[in-house]
Design a protein around this ligand. Structure first.
Ligand code: GRF
Length: 210
């Protein structure tokens, strides 16, 4: 089972996937490509260290968005992934890619969708909004990607407590450690083994939800 991991930043979720493959909690899976829109992403360094093919497709290199979209899809296709994993990828996924990989693109979002998601909710902004609203529980969501922002079928969620002294940064780190780095590798292993079924907006994890 081949996966492409799309990144823009530090790549701690990518690292969690690499570690899970090394530890055998993700089985029968290889990372065929790490692709970044940003050449400065530390995630690329993590890939290179491990000898994983790494590529940069930057919107800055293209005059038109359509040309960037095409290059992005071409690069992914070239590496023939069975699944595309968005792990902190901050560019919108072009419609052609959503079509070409329907229910074969997943994203990790650092809140319990449908709270604190959609356009404008990325990175620390998600956690700022959660603290501002005063929620006592937040968490992370892994979902399939459709043509909207954070609107696709939900595969798995994990709740994390918000503590009285939390800052956006402390909450972000707790959600990464307790939720993101666990459920993203877990979902990849489940999909790799054919255990995730989608029917419209309803996702069933075989052996877990049934
Ligand atoms: C994570 O919080 C993820 O949920 C969000 O972007 C962040 C990426 O962090 N979509 P990293 O690059 O994996 O460290």
């Amino acid at each position: 089972f081949r996966i492409a991991v799309l990144v823009s930043g530090g790549g701690t979720n990518l690292q969690a996937i690499i570690d899970a493959i090394d530890q055998g909690t993700i089985k029968d899976t290889e990372i065929a490509l790490v692709l970044s829109n940003n050449e400065g992403a530390f995630a690329l360094e993590r890939a290179r260290r491990r000898g994983i093919p790494a590529a940069v497709v930057s919107p800055k290199s293209f005059a038109a968005r359509a040309a960037f979209n095409e290059a992005l899809l071409d690069c992914v296709r070239e590496h023939q992934p069975d699944l595309v994993v968005l792990a902190g990828f901050l560019c919108a996924i072009p419609d052609e890619m959503v079509e070409a990989y329907r229910n074969r693109i997943i994203n990790i979002h650092p809140s319990l969708i449908p709270s604190f998601c959609g356009k404008g909710y990325y990175g620390l902004k998600v956690h700022e909004a959660a603290l501002e609203r005063g929620v006592k529980i937040s968490g992370a969501t892994v979902h399939f990607v459709d043509s909207g922002t954070d609107t696709g079928p939900i595969i798995m969620q994990k709740a994390v407590a918000v503590l009285p002294d939390d800052t956006p940064k402390t909450l972000q780190l707790r959600i990464m450690e307790q939720a993101e780095w666990k459920i993203l590798p877990r979902v990849i292993d489940l999909i790799a083994h054919g255990k995730v079924k989608v029917d419209g907006r309803k996702v069933t994890v075989i052996g877990q939800d049934e």
